[in-house]
Design a protein around this ligand. Structure first.
Ligand code: FES
Length: 138
């Protein structure tokens, strides 16, 4: 059954140039969610397939406001995708860095710590579990 995969594909914004249009659309819709730095997802919810998350990169789940990363092969991390600067969603993950192109913040894709730009604090960690080829909310 690939229903989950199909569902996930609608929610996932892959990192890279494709994310820029979405980021621009989000910015043009009146901004982010302000203080919604925490993401509430029911435990056991499938977030993505492991194959969806590139090594060194990541995917941004706009609906759940979670960014999934794979800093090194087989190691997956998850963080709130809500930038701590002004609450907009981060826009891409490349070369181990989570970028927020809205004002230039950057975060470590391994720890969520600030790696540059105006962000005042780290992205909140989101607990996940990996079950075979699926990444689930913990
Ligand atoms: S909202 Fe992310 S850098 Fe400003």
């Amino acid at each position: 059954m690939r229903l989950g995969e199909a569902r996930a594909s609608r929610r996932i914004v892959f990192s890279g140039l494709g994310a820029l249009g979405v980021a621009a659309a989000l910015a043009g819709c009146g901004g982010g969610d302000g203080d919604s730095s925490t993401t509430k997802v029911v435990g056991g919810t499938e977030l993505a397939a492991t194959a969806d998350v590139p090594v060194g990169g990541g995917v941004i789940l706009t609906e759940e406001k979670i960014v999934l990363t794979q800093p090194t092969e087989g190691t997956f991390e998850a963080f709130s995708a809500v930038c701590t600067h002004q609450g907009l969603l981060v826009t891409s993950v490349e070369d181990g860095v989570i970028h927020c192109a809205n004002h230039g913040s950057a975060y470590s894709a391994t720890t969520g710590e600030v790696d540059g730009g105006p962000a005042p604090s780290a992205l909140a960690k989101v607990e996940i579990t990996v079950d075979g080829d699926r990444i689930l909310a913990a």
